[in-house]
Design a protein around this ligand. Structure first.
Ligand code: DAH
Length: 342
């Protein structure tokens, strides 16, 4: 007997309502269309049992039913795929408001931060950065800088020598970079030279055998002490604050004449006198002076034609002042609890 195609279609529609995802869709498709057990292929196989005269009608109806169900399933498949895609994009969605995976990047050492700041100030004034090695020779570190043979700075008490004959040593200041630059490039020159320097010293809150300096050197025609003072004034205002004053006190360094020690007005009490400036209102931050003719001579620069000024400042001391650090040794202990604060 011929099955009721209407019923099959009604059941199919009911089954369709149970389709929730791609899995249940495939089950439905197999139920109706799979070659072995599918309802439609079975109907087609049954055609043999149908009386001859009913066969054409039967065949036509089965094909019609098959067409309807296949079309419906094709449409349904597209819809299900869209639903699946949407579900996937929801479940794999990236929440950009969540914090990312954190990783440790470190930070600049406070002395390097201040070194960079100071270099930037001078670079804006047209200075170039120069460099020299930490292991120097006696000529660049002392002799060409006009240190007499018996100068106490040359004593083993004050200097780390690295060769038996005491010719090679760890530079005791950045001033030898003046010599290297003048010998190499001649006049005119406008450089700053940042770097590490070394002196035999017992560490305490204000002393360390390693520390940092920035050397400055300007050589040209008609350079005067007024240029030096103006430059340092500008530097002090930029480095500390616009109301910072400077003061030059006569002092001796063998490679300059005249030489001076340079103070800034106390950045804490603005010159009134406090604990930090020991009630003087002034804080010493650098040494400076006009390049000594003997130094020019050692470097092959004509001191009749050229003049220049030089200065050397202590970066650690300025960092200590700027950040209120109680002990210079903190800079060299590499304790991250200290370093990560910058
Ligand atoms: N080199 C000197 C020191 O370490 C500092 C210094 C003083 C540098 C006077 C200079 C200068 O260039 O002119 O104590």
């Amino acid at each position: 007997m011929r099955p009721d195609f209407e019923d099959i279609l009604i059941n199919f529609k009911k089954d369709v309502e149970g389709v929730k995802d791609i899995k249940s869709f495939k089950e439905l498709r197999d139920k109706y269309l799979s070659k072995e057990k599918g309802i439609i292929p079975n109907l087609m196989k049954k055609i043999k049992q149908i009386p001859r005269e009913e066969k054409p009608e039967y065949g036509k109806d089965v094909n019609l039913l098959k067409g309807q169900i296949t079309n419906f399933l094709n449409d349904l498949e597209k819809k299900i795929e869209l639903v699946e895609l949407e579900r996937k994009s929801q479940s794999e969605r990236i929440d950009i408001s969540l914090p990312g995976i954190d990783f440790f990047v470190g930070s600049f050492h406070p002395v390097k931060i201040v070194e960079k700041e100071i270099c930037n100030i001078f670079e804006r004034m047209g200075y170039f950065i120069a460099e020299g090695p930490e292991v120097e020779n006696d000529f660049n570190n002392f002799e060409a800088l006009n240190f007499p043979d018996d100068h106490p700075a040359r004593d083993a008490q004050d200097t780390f020598f690295v060769s038996e004959d005491r010719y090679y040593l760890l530079r005791t200041h950045t001033s030898p970079v003046q010599i290297r630059t003048m010998k190499r490039y001649g006049a005119p020159i406008k450089i700053i030279a940042p770097g590490k320097v070394f002196r035999r010293d017992t560490p305490d809150p204000t002393h360390s055998p390693i520390f940092h300096q920035i050397e400055g050197l300007v050589v040209d025609k008609n350079i005067t002490m007024a240029d030096l003072k103006g430059t340092l004034e500008k530097f002090a205002r930029e480095c500390f604050s616009a109301d910072t004053k400077i003061r030059l006190r006569p002092s001796f360094f063998p490679f300059v004449e005249p030489g001076a020690e340079v103070d800034i007005s106390c950045i804490f009490c603005k010159g009134k006198g406090c604990r930090i400036c020991k009630n003087s209102g002034w804080i010493e931050i650098l040494g400076a002076g006009m390049v000594h003719p003997a130094v020019f001579e050692k470097c092959g620069i004509d001191s009749e034609k050229y003049s220049g000024f030089a200065f050397g400042l202590g970066v650690d001391r300025i960092t200590i002042l700027k950040y209120g650090i109680p002990d210079i040794r903190l800079f060299f202990e590499n304790d991250v609890r200290f370093l990560e604060q910058f």
